[in-house]
Design a protein around this ligand. Structure first.
Ligand code: NAD
Length: 492
């Protein structure tokens, strides 16, 4: 079995813990690695290394920092396939999807390469006679990122390229379920010339997270994960005086109006609900069919689900891989059983899927006639389960979406521009798609939901990311009129 470790001060580090977790290949069910769970003392060593590195990294010139980012970008591009294969081997998503994940992460590195431009301040000359005023943005110090299993490359890369470019040092606590990609990224930073200690990886669970949240030398924490943990991280981190952004879970709706292109809507819903086996925070899990749309749409969905090939994500022609762990697969199955018991119509039953071996598979499941009282509607399932809710009118569809405690992403499918315009204005959700099922903002915009999908006021990457990882200083300066020009014969 593969022995994983931490990455502290530029090298692999075994830590001092006697606790560890097992990493699985979800497609085969085999244990492939053992990951140590950091102790508070391991975290303290990482923070100390990061704090030492911050002293000189924060004073390193912008050009030099950008040069290292460009070098890192090239190395990630060269090793993109290795990263993607590591993702598949521990997460289970299909290889093409994993390659897409690396690409989306790289786009944030592209953005962060522009740090000399992004971090510029403002200048006002002569705010009073002989007095100028100007603003600076300075790094915070040691910042930490705590990330979920479902995007082990992309989500950390929402955070650290910008944090590091801005002059901070960074500690990543990846998910204990797929910890390997973080170590390859750490090696690539080293090859790119990043000084030791600027990027560190601490593997572990709640113990490591709690120490990061309490440590006096950690200035800010970015978290992405489920809502109950996000709320806890936000409350605990802010209580310890830290800047915190904590992105939580989701239950994303796709509203389909009767005038929509239903073939496009069906293709989009299937990709958005079943890609990565539904383990995406922007996955569609509820389809709200308005008026008679469901009558025509449900048969189109059923047809498409029958054509989905489920299997090992490393194999060609596979559309959907396994779920991340056996426990998670069993939990999702339990939701399917609850849906049936509650009286929803199970149009496609993925429980009967038969894939060779002992992998954590569940086929695509489609429910019709779901109501808001059912647990399959209320809870974030995070698996290959799509629920169709029938809404009599546009207004009732909007009211349903706006009543949800989650507000990460939403989509509307229609051919009516006026309806689309009204939707983008009235819907209370952070990221909105119009005939686009997964409206993930580009790296130069910021990503984040509303309500229980985000605690704190800063979204990730884009301008808000730069702001989150820096703090503003305004200088007001008076210099007496100089006579030096006259002495040197300059025109006065
Ligand atoms: P999770 O909340 O279980 O874990 C996230 C991270 O927190 C991991 O690093 C984990 O080790 C740590 N953690 C777990 N329990 C903890 C505790 N009690 N105290 C301290 N730390 C703890 O999430 P997950 O299962 O890894 O990921 C799936 C969840 O993440 C889903 O809810 C999904 O919607 C959400 N997610 C949200 C976004 C977003 O942008 N809003 C993006 C990706 C994933």
């Amino acid at each position: 079995m593969h022995c994983l470790n931490h990455w502290i001060a530029g090298r692999r580090d075994n830590g001092a813990s006697d606790r560890s977790g097992t990493v699985y290949n979800p497609a085969s069910g085999e244990a492939t690695g053992e990951v140590p769970f950091a102790t508070a003392a391991d975290v303290d060593r990482a923070v100390a290394a990061a704090a030492r590195a911050f002293e000189s990294w924060s004073r390193t010139g912008l050009n030099k920092r950008a040069t290292i980012l460009f070098a890192f970008r090239e190395l990630v591009r060269q090793r993109a396939d290795d990263l993607a294969r590591l993702i598949v081997s521990e997460h289970g998503k299909v290889l093409a999807d994993a390659r897409g994940e690396v690409q989306r992460g790289l786009e944030v590195v592209d953005f962060a390469c522009g740090i000399p431009q992004l971090i510029k301040g403002e200048f006002s000359e002569n705010v009073s006679a002989g007095v100028d005023s100007y603003s600076l943005r300075q790094p915070l110090g040691v910042v930490a990122g705590i990330t979920p299993f479902n995007f082990p490359v992309m989500v950390p890369m929402w955070m650290f390229p910008i944090a590091i470019a801005a002059g901070n040092s960074f500690i990543l606590k990846p998910s204990e379920r797929d910890p390997s990609p973080a170590l390859l990224l750490a090696e690539l930073w080293g090859e790119a010339g990043l000084p030791n200690g600027v990027f560190n990886v601490v593997q572990g669970d709640r113990v490591a997270v709690e120490r990061l949240l309490e440590h006096p030398d950690v200035a800010a924490v970015s978290f992405v994960g489920s809502t109950p943990v996000a709320r806890q991280i936000y409350e605990r981190g802010t209580r310890h005086g830290k800047r915190v952004q904590a992105l939580g879970g989701a239950k994303n709706h796709m509203v389909v109006l009767p005038d929509a292109d239903l073939e496009l809507a069906a293709d989009s819903a299937v990709n958005a609900a079943f890609g990565s086996s539904g383990q995406r925070c922007m996955a569609i899990s509820v389809l709200v069919a308005v008026g008679d749309a469901a009558e025509r749409l449900v048969p189109l969905l059923r047809e498409r689900l029958a054509a989905i090939h489920v299997g090992d994500g490393m194999e060609p022609n596979i559309d959907m891989g396994p779920l991340v762990t056996r426990q998670h697969r069993d939990r999702v199955r339990q939701y399917v059983e609850e849906g049936v018991t509650a009286g929803a119509t199970l149009v496609a039953d993925g429980r009967s899927i038969d894939v060779e071996g002992d992998g954590f598979f569940l086929g695509p499941c489609l429910f019709d006639h779901v109501t808001p009282q059912m647990s399959i509607y209320r809870d974030e399932i995070f698996g290959p389960v799509l629920s169709v809710v029938r809404a009599p009118s546009y207004d009732e569809a909007i009211a349903l979406v706006n009543a949800s405690p989650y507000a990460n992403g939403v989509a509307l499918f229609t051919s009516d521009g006026g309806a689309a315009r009204r939707f983008q204005s009235e819907i209370q959700v952070g990221m909105v798609g119009i005939n686009v099922p997964i409206p993930v903002p580009m790296a130069y915009y910021s990503f984040g939901g509303w309500k229980d999908s985000l605690f704190g006021d800063a979204h990730v990457h884009g301008a808000e990311g730069v702001k989150f990882y820096t703090r503003a200083k305004v200088v007001t300066a008076r210099w007496p009129q100089s006579s030096v020009g006259k002495n040197l014969g300059f025109p006065s």
